[in-house]
Design a protein around this ligand. Structure first.
Ligand SMILES: [Fe+2]
Length: 298
């Protein structure tokens, strides 16, 4: 082996890291060495800059707990989370596209009847979301499960209400619920309109974002996870058309087919039949699921 020079160091390191029996790990590690070396060659960091980078990553890791994941936030704001999602969900163009799940999903939401309210006691403008779940041929998907979660009208998720105030009973779910489609594939959800919110800015990622001119806001959205037997599971969002942050979502989540109108209605009869004394929103959206490929015969 030749001794090390600036010129040959990358090739020697890549060659050494190719000595891994597992082919996938070999591919990952040789690509990582190659790209990190290329990055360092492009930047030419000073020793102080290199230490700053190590310190930043160290502090990022130290912020992570069971309830906070600063590395996922880093992946989100760099667009990597949405890239990994896109590479793993190459659905037909007619199918509802996927997005990242994000950090606020809480499993085992309560089951709510069609038309039931998942925002009991929550501040915000009433909002009725309805539509159908269909397949790519337009046929209704009955019994599909829709697991929803979103902010209340003050921009807070359940997890944030737990730690920030006593507005809610911590034993009850807040702004989340599980609905099922009817025989004709339809669903009806009563909630309150979500609002845009900031990513956490009190950690290392916030520290970095403050040194940029990049928006740290997410546009108003409702998260959905939709499941039905025989179909690809879809984790996605619906976004409010016209939101001021719709084109600059800090986590790159907005895909055009997921933008929908939130139609403001005057006080009066809601689609569930109840009379409202306040204005409310109507949202109509049809989700399209793609069938899973049949397993190949052995
Ligand atoms: Fe969200």
């Amino acid at each position: 082996m030749p001794y090390i020079t600036e010129e040959n160091l990358t090739d020697i390191a890549v060659d050494r890291w190719s000595n891994i029996p597992d082919p996938r790990l070999r591919k990952v590690m040789t690509a990582m060495v190659k790209h990190v070396h290329a990055f360092v060659r492009e930047i030419e960091p000073t020793p102080d800059e290199w230490y700053t980078a190590i310190d930043f990553l160290t502090r990022t890791g130290q912020l992570c707990t069971g309830k906070r994941q600063e590395f996922i936030l880093m992946s989100d704001v760099l667009g990597v989370s949405m890239l990994v999602d896109a590479l793993n969900h190459r659905l037909d163009t007619g199918a509802t596209p996927t997005t990242v799940e994000g950090p606020f999903h809480v499993p085992n939401a309560p089951e709510i009847a069609d038309g039931g309210n998942m925002a009991k006691g929550a501040p915000g403008i009433p909002c009725f979301v309805s539509g159908k779940v269909r397949d790519l041929d337009g046929r209704p998907v009955a019994g599909a499960l829709l697991d929803l979660w979103q902010t209340d009208g003050e921009g807070l998720y359940e997890v944030q209400r737990d730690v920030m105030d006593a507005k809610r009973d911590v034993n009850e779910a807040w702004m989340r619920g599980i609905y099922h489609t009817q025989a004709d594939g339809s669903y009806m959800i009563r909630t309150v309109a979500p609002i845009g919110y900031t990513i956490p800015m009190d950690g290392t990622i916030g520290e970095l974002m403050k040194r940029t001119k990049i928006s740290h806001m997410r546009p108003a959205h409702i998260h959905f996870c939709i499941e039905a037997a025989g179909y690809h599971r879809v984790v996605t969002h619906l976004f409010q058309r016209g939101d001021q942050y719709i084109e600059t979502d800090v986590v790159y989540g907005v895909k055009e087919p997921l933008i929908t109108d939130f139609k403001k209605m005057p006080p009066g009869k809601a689609p569930t039949g109840e009379m409202l004394k306040e204005p409310f929103y109507l949202v109509h959206y049809d989700f399209v699921l793609q069938k899973q490929a049949k397993a190949q015969a052995a």
